[in-house]
Structures are given as structure tokens and as C-alpha cells.
Design a protein around this ligand. Structure first.
Ligand code: ZN
Length: 67
């Protein structure tokens, strides 16, 4: 792969790639610091986002059950 698969990285995190695409991304990641860094950033953004959603949901649930 010649150029950085930036747009595939978030799909890679979501496991939305085809097998071939996934292999290509992993192959590229093994040699590209730029994309490794980008993947880490995307992954932490996503984790923060999911943590916030989960926190928000648990608040909604506890609020409902206290009624
Ligand atoms: Zn790259």
C-alpha cells in the first residue's frame, strides 16, 4: 500500500473492513509509525466517546429506576 489508509483506520477499529482490507491495513500499520499513531488517537477518541455514552446511559437508567 503506497499511501496512508487514513480513511480505513476508523473502519478498522470498528471491524468494518473486508478481510483483504484488514490485512492491507495491518500490513501497512506494521511499517508505518504515522498510521500507528493515528490509530492510537482514533482508538482513544473512540474509547472516550464510548465511555461517555455508557456513563450517560447508566445515569439515565439509575434516574429511571429511582422514580
Ligand atoms: Zn501510513
Amino acid at each position: 500500500m503506497e499511501k496512508h489508509p487514513d480513511e480505513l483506520l476508523s473502519a478498522y477499529l470498528d471491524h468494518e473492513l473486508t478481510y483483504d482490507e484488514q490485512l492491507a491495513v495491518e500490513d501497512h500499520l506494521s511499517t508505518c509509525i504515522h498510521c500507528q499513531t493515528l490509530l492510537e488517537e482514533l482508538s482513544s477518541i473512540k474509547n472516550n466517546y464510548l465511555a461517555r455514552i455508557r456513563h450517560w446511559r447508566s445515569q439515565m437508567i439509575s434516574r429511571k429506576s429511582s422514580c
